[in-house]
Design a protein around this ligand. Structure first.
Ligand code: AMP
Length: 216
């Protein structure tokens, strides 16, 4: 199964991507996670990426396309992959198509998780992540049992540096202007599937699994 998850920041791509990865036994690859790891490790690439990330802008195409190219060369992608947060603009989508055409394994589905903008704002400002195990929470809609602590491992819950109101606004604008055109791009290719991303996480997951029926 070779799919991309399309959706605004806060639409649930990360959450659903992880669940899909578990169900289908293929990796969910998030450029955001790869970039945050590079920033934390203070690599030269991480240092370049940090400036754009802190500003809520896109990191340059050469960096993210390079990261994806390397990641897709790993053996665990042999049976497929889920891309979360890539591609984010037209140039990246075309680069991905070219990359996959080269190896004769084209993309099968672009799954759009559709969520209204007001909901996104609330989700993003309330979002917290466990710094130890990566489990996600939302202080408004799915709080941990003990404030600031992960239910699963007891780790500390932290807010992402770019989840502040000012940067969130910028990220949503970037999504609207640069990423939303990909919906039409994949529709033209006959690969678009859309699922409403509101309500219970497991119900949304079921709708996604249904939309992916028949894709191997
Ligand atoms: P995410 O975790 O997907 O919300 O990504 C966090 C930040 O990483 C974004 O706001 C961008 O600055 C950067 N980023 C992630 N994926 C991409 C991408 N495909 N292209 C450019 N920048 C990206």
């Amino acid at each position: 199964m070779r799919i991309v998850l399309l959706g605004a920041p806060g639409s649930g791509k990360g959450t659903q991507g992880k669940k899909l990865a578990e169900k289908y036994g293929i990796p969910s690859i998030s450029t955001g996670d790869l970039l945050r790891a590079a920033v934390a490790a203070e690599t030269p690439l991480g240092k370049r990426a940090k400036v754009a990330m802190d500003a809520g802008q896109l990191v340059s195409d050469d960096i993210v396309v390079g990261l994806i190219r390397e990641r897709l060369n790993e053996p665990d992608t042999a049976r497929g992959f889920i891309l979360d947060g890539f591609p984010r603009n037209m140039a990246q989508a075309e680069a991905l198509d070219a990359m996959l055409d080269e190896i004769g394994r084209p993309l099968q589905v672009a799954l759009h998780i559709d969520v209204d903008f007001e909901v996104l704002m609330k989700r993003l400002t309330g979002r917290r992540t466990c710094e130890s195990c990566g489990q996600m929470y939302n202080i408004h809609t799915s709080p941990p049992r003990v404030e600031g602590r992960c239910d699963s491992c007891g780790g500390r819950l932290v807010q992402r540096a770019d989840d502040n109101e000012e940067t969130i606004g910028k990220r949503l604008k970037v999504y609207e202007s640069q990423t939303m055109p990909l919906i039409a791009y994949y529709r033209r290719q006959g690969k678009l599937q859309t699922v409403k991303g509101v309500g219970d996480i497991d119900d949304i997951f079921l709708k996604i699994v249904t939309a992916l029926e028949g894709v191997e």
